[in-house]
Design a protein around this ligand. Structure first.
Ligand code: CDP
Ligand code: CDP
Length: 226
């Protein structure tokens, strides 16, 4: 692609996708796109509008009429819906617990996937999510599938929460992650699965830097082969 490779990073909740995707993007001077934030943004807007989560047609309408934009912010990025910043709001627990239901709606997936394909069309992008290597960018030159044990992922979420002053018990977080993994891998449309040509990395006992180096190795191999 004109601006570089398409790098797809998929995997279950708290496997480390967004953390390492941002660092990989920075290292290669690529754009970073957090597709989970897009599903979270639509979920937040539906909750704020008081729309029931089983009202597929109203939620699909929101997906088609909402402008979701990103702006770089030191080390991360800000997220906006219709110009209003929602970076923190989309991380709230009510959004986290409802997002998988919204992400199972076919028309919502169709709309957001089309937007993601348009963002990625010139390459030079690291995109993370659940279905990037399988459905959104099936021709991505680099596909990574990150996994980690559920105990480790619950522990990571726990630490993140403590830093934000939230103290949810570890076993509750583990149940929440298992429930979301289940919904994400069992939905009808583009469920979470590893693409046949993806490189799987188990991050359970790896540091962030080790995961970033592994991915950088795969990208460099592709760049050198081209
Ligand atoms: O960061 P975390 O693992 O909590 O999740 P996320 O990447 O913010 O994604 C939130 C939710 O959006 C996921 O649990 C999926 O239900 C949905 N999602 C999806 O269906 N497809 C994507 N490409 C990205 C996220
Ligand atoms: O995007 P995803 O939900 O897959 O994960 P994340 O939001 O990047 O969260 C992963 C958390 O685990 C962050 O707090 C990271 O600091 C931490 N972590 C990691 O990402 N990778 C490791 N190898 C070790 C820890």
């Amino acid at each position: 692609h004109k601006n570089g490779l398409q790098v797809a990073i998929d995997g279950p909740a708290s496997a480390g996708k967004s953390t390492v995707a941002k660092l990989v993007a920075k290292q290669f001077g690529y754009i970073y796109c957090d597709t989970g934030a897009m599903y979270r943004a639509i979920t937040l807007k539906a909750i704020r509008a008081g729309i029931s989560l089983d009202n597929d047609s109203e939620i699909s309408k929101i997906a088609k009429t909402t402008s979701i934009t990103f702006a770089p912010d030191q080390g991360g990025q800000k997220v906006f819906i219709d110009g209003q910043e929602i970076t923190e709001a989309i991380r709230q627990e009510d959004v986290t617990n409802s997002v998988s239901a919204v992400a199972a709606i076919g028309e919502v997936r169709q709309e957001l996937s089309a937007q993601q394909q348009s963002i990625a069309k010139d390459g030079g992008i690291v995109m993370d999510g659940r279905d990037i290597g399988t459905a959104v960018l099936p021709k991505a030159e680099v596909k990574i599938f990150l996994i980690a044990s559920v105990a480790e992922r619950a522990q990571r979420r726990y630490k993140e929460n403590i830093q934000k002053g939230i103290n949810t018990p570890l076993d509750e977080l583990q149940l929440e992650i298992e429930a979301r993994d289940y919904k994400d891998s069992h939905r009808k449309i583009s469920p979470l699965t590893k693409a046949k040509d993806a490189v799987e990395i188990d991050t359970t006992s790896l540091s962030i830097q080790q995961v970033v180096s592994e991915i950088a190795k795969v990208i460099n191999q592709k760049l050198n082969a081209n």
